[in-house]
Write a protein that binds this ligand. Structure first.
Ligand code: UN1
Length: 510
């Protein structure tokens, strides 16, 4: 275990990184929002929170920019995103520093998160020449039937603390090439990373001569988020966070016939079969369950192991868990950083107590760590609990490193357990049997938006569409054809025959 950096040291590191990214801290300082670090649990700076009136101004500016941006050819829009990707590459270390400072991510994961931003920029630049519409054969002679994809408007992005920059970048890079503009309401827990990303994007906007106002950020609390959600000038709200937040956002946007992309809770499971390569599976499970201190929406929370191998698997997992280096996320030897705050640690404790009440056996972990060195922080040892059944606590998402282990006898039972939770983000199966793998991915297999074979549930690549079913919200972001949600489709019928011919054989001749 390593000593924990002092808050003063972390503050200096944050100031340096912000300055390198072009943020003028004095301009945003105030006393209505607190920038804190989970590394010590203490305050770094007081900032000025945006008000609902600031949201209105940001939306109006983004809308004005949209009216210009939508007429800029898509490949030219791609040039802005290309420049932004270059700036992200140049400032990768500084941004990763800020991600570690604010979200407590270990070094390689913080760098990995910035890499996701760079990757989505590359993807979006290519996409800017591939916003394809289809042509369909018309049923009428001398007619052409086709579709055109047009920019949609201002996209409101509400992001969570655990991926403070990548999820915004997935939305923003794609939205910008689609001809949209963006207003961002980041998590209250991660304002500094948001300021840094915005400063870099503003620089890319200036460098490429794109309209100022394309990208807006409003730091603030739930009030600002609500204002953004209710704004009639925002046709699409892309929100990442808890299912509770999604239940508030979804109906409000629907009431004004806006669109949403909701990325809500996950309660992801992996099935571990007797034919699995155990070394591979154990390695993958440890990262998926304990990595990022259990704070990914894709974190593995339930392991469904075949009864014949359950004892051996749990024994190996417990041994691996007990070796995990927990502590200050900056040194490269640390694998598990802090939870985002002490409240998250208390919620983990509560869930573990409930699990034991519901018949669970705590195999390892759950103890608070570094209480002397960082009394205000939320360091914990990741926990493994064997459960007799999928009880109430197992069906909930606790945003902390708790892995519930369940056993099964036949694959149908494993699939049933996988699907018998309200959430549907990500699932995995570890198997050497192709038939089992195919069954798990089939229509009557796992009911999630992401279904993996011999890979854990987390760490998806940006090239695929990201999102999940049921209470996860149904939205898709990032790669594949997720871009379509950021555009409006026009179906065009063109008559070049020189006479009127009605569809469906209707005759209206006079
Ligand atoms: C999230 O936790 O909100 O698949 C996003 C992953 C990452 C993204 C997670 N690429 O784990």
């Amino acid at each position: 275990m390593t000593a924990v950096s002092s808050t003063d040291h972390i503050r200096t590191r944050a100031e340096d990184a912000l300055a390198r990214c072009g943020v003028e801290l004095t301009a945003v300082k105030g006393d209505s929002l607190s920038a804190r670090t989970p590394i010590t649990g203490q305050e770094l700076f007081g900032l000025r929170a945006g008000t609902p009136a600031d949201v209105d101004r940001a939306v109006e500016a983004a809308h004005a920019a949209f009216l210009v941006w939508r007429t800029v050819p898509a490949p030219v829009r791609g040039a802005l995103v290309k420049r932004f990707g270059e700036l992200l590459t140049e400032h990768k270390e500084s941004l990763a520093d800020l991600v570690t400072v604010e979200a407590g991510k270990i070094r390689s994961e913080a760098l990995g998160e910035v890499q996701e931003m760079i990757d989505i920029c590359d993807f979006a630049v290519g996409l800017s020449r591939q916003l394809y519409g289809r042509t369909m054969p018309s049923e009428r002679p001398g007619h052409r039937l086709m579709e055109t994809w047009h920019p949609l408007g201002v996209v409101g992005v509400i992001s969570a603390f655990n991926f403070p920059v990548a999820v915004w970048a997935w939305n923003t890079a794609v939205a910008l090439v689609c001809g949209d503009t963006v207003v961002w309401k980041p998590s209250e827990l991660t304002p500094l990373t948001a300021l840094a990303c915005t400063a870099l994007l503003d620089r890319a906007i200036a460098d490429t001569g794109a309209p100022a106002g394309l990208s807006q950020v409003v730091l603030g609390t739930a009030d600002s988020g609500t204002r953004l959600v209710d704004s009639p000038l925002v046709p699409l709200v892309s929100a990442t966070g808890s299912t509770r937040m999604g239940r508030a956002v979804g109906p409000r946007v629907a009431a004004r016939f806006g669109r949403t992309i909701l990325e809500l809770g996950g309660n992801n499971a992996a099935v571990l079969t007797p034919s699995a390569d155990l070394d591979l599976a154990v390695n993958a499970v440890v990262f998926a369950a304990a990595g990022t201190a259990g704070q990914r929406c894709t974190t593995l929370r339930r392991l469904i192991v075949h009864a014949d191998v359950a004892d051996a698997v749990v024994e190996r997992l417990v041994a691996a868990y007990q070796r995990l280096p927990i502590g200050d996320p900056f040194p490269e030897t640390t694998l598990v950083g802090p939870l985002v705050n002490a409240e998250a640690q208390a919620r983990m404790r509560e869930s573990l107590d409930r699990a034991v009440e519901e018949g669970g056996i705590l195999c390892t972990g759950g103890e608070r760590q570094l209480t002397e060195e960082a009394p205000d922080a939320g360091y914990v040892r990741p926990a493994i609990v064997r459960m007799p059944a999928q009880t109430a606590v197992v069906r909930e998402e606790t945003f902390a490193p708790i892995l519930y282990v369940l056993t099964y006898r036949d694959l149908d039972e494993a699939i049933r357990l996988n699907n018998e939770v309200p959430q549907g983000l990500s699932a995995g199966i570890f198997t050497g049997d192709q038939g089992e793998a195919e069954r798990f991915m089939a229509a009557d297999g796992a009911d999630c938006g992401i279904v993996n074979v011999n890979i854990g549930t987390s760490g998806a690549e940006i090239g695929g569409a990201f999102g999940g079913e049921k209470e996860t919200g149904g939205g898709r972001e990032s790669g594949s054809d997720a871009w379509r949600s950021y555009m409006r489709r026009a179906t065009n019928t063109v008559n070049y025959s020189g006479r009127v011919a009605l569809a469906q054989g209707v005759d209206f001749s006079q």
